[in-house]
Design a protein around this ligand. Structure first.
Ligand code: KG4
Ligand code: ZN
Length: 334
């Protein structure tokens, strides 16, 4: 069987669709929602509405530009969770309707598993077992990946996700949402050693970012008291120092995880894996530690349906389909 699968992603603020044919991703159509920028974060109600507006056009474009006809589709994959429930409902309901109309089965996909499986879209691909640091706006996890559909979270954040730490720090500095990419841009021109922030001292492989966020807030408040122009005059150094610190916190646990498991196949995934300092650090530490490092192409780091398609492909091969009464899950363990 050489399955053709349509995949739909709608867990947060991108509406995306992709066609995968026999394990090869043919396209990855993404409509990003600009509506959240002025609110400093994703507004769930607006996200659901924007998914409703975009989903028909996005799915049509994915099918029409793939060269695969509707009649040749064998299954529909969709993100079941984790994510915003109203956003997920749009994708899940759409997938159900289309599955009934076309008479083909549904495959539910875990969004976090899919971020990991983004590594199988293009070469080079990691070998099992490997470790994947999955870092996004909603999650920060170290995943032990034993097989395509066999994964275990061995470390995770106890509070905020690292993407959230980037975005909240940006918001404190009055930068628009999402702040992560902007901090990355300013940081390119700054001194990463100028300001220091505290580590969380979480034991083992877990993370905590809420303390850094608070420390950052107080640091800026104190500096602004002395100089009201502090942020605008030092934005590059502030961003470089904060970014350097957040990446250090990620890398220290990832290095520990590699030491503890003896695994040297190391992957990064999720929106924050687009960060240039993280990419630099994982390459540099990887060289020192003798790791094989895997970083997906930029378009497969942030939320996208190609990774959902990849996960749906492996679930199809394993015969893992979902019933028509499947419901979305805001929380969904890997
Ligand atoms: O995986 P993703 O697209 O959506 C979630 O599932 O959350 O990740 C979005 C997150 C946001 O927090 C955004 O600020 C962050 O990824 N991000 C970055 C960069 N690009 C995206 N953070 C730091 N540096 C970047 N270059
Ligand atoms: Zn994501």
């Amino acid at each position: 069987m050489r399955p053709n699968i349509l995949a739909i992603e709608s867990s947060c603020d991108e509406t995306s669709a992709s066609i995968i044919s026999n394990g090869k991703v043919l396209n990855n159509i993404i409509a990003s929602q600009a509506v959240h920028r002025k609110y400093g974060g994703v507004v769930p109600e607006l996200a659901s509405r924007a998914h409703q507006e975009n989903i028909v056009a996005v799915v049509d474009e994915a099918i029409n530009s793939s060269g695969v006809s509707r009649a040749d589709l064998n299954a529909i994959g969709f993100t079941r969770g984790p994510g915003l429930i109203g956003s997920l409902l749009v994708g899940v309901s759409f997938a159900k309707g289309l599955s009934i109309a076309l008479g083909i089965p549904l495959i539910d996909v875990n969004h976090m598993q899919a971020h990991v499986l983004a590594h199988f879209i293009e070469d080079p691909k990691p070998e099992f077992p490997f470790l994947c640091l999955t870092v996004s706006g909603g999650h920060t996890q170290i995943v032990l990946v034993n097989d395509y559909l066999e994964m275990e979270v061995i470390g995770q954040t106890q509070d905020d996700a690292v993407g959230e730490a980037f975005d909240k720090a940006a918001k404190i500095m009055d930068l628009p949402y999402p702040g992560g990419p902007l901090i990355d841009q300013y940081a390119q021109k700054g001194n990463p050693k100028k300001y220091r922030f505290p580590d969380s001292n979480m034991p083992g492989l877990d993370f905590s970012f809420s303390g850094v966020k608070t420390a950052f807030l107080y640091f800026l408040r104190d500096e602004i008291k002395k100089n009201p122009q502090f942020i605008s005059e030092n934005i590059n150094d502030i961003c470089a120092s904060l970014q350097h610190h957040l990446v250090y916190m990620l890398m220290s646990r990832l290095t520990r995880a590699s030491e503890q498991t003896g695994i040297k196949q190391i992957a990064i995934a999720g929106g924050v894996s687009a960060n240039s300092e993280l990419r630099k650090q994982v390459a540099a530490i990887g060289k020192r530690e003798g790791w094989d490092v895997f970083v997906p192409a930029f378009q497969y780091c942030t939320d996208n349906a190609a990774m959902i398609a990849m996960a749906a492909h492996y679930k199809y091969l394993a015969g893992q389909f979902s019933a028509l009464d499947v419901t979305p899950l805001a929380r969904m363990p890997i």
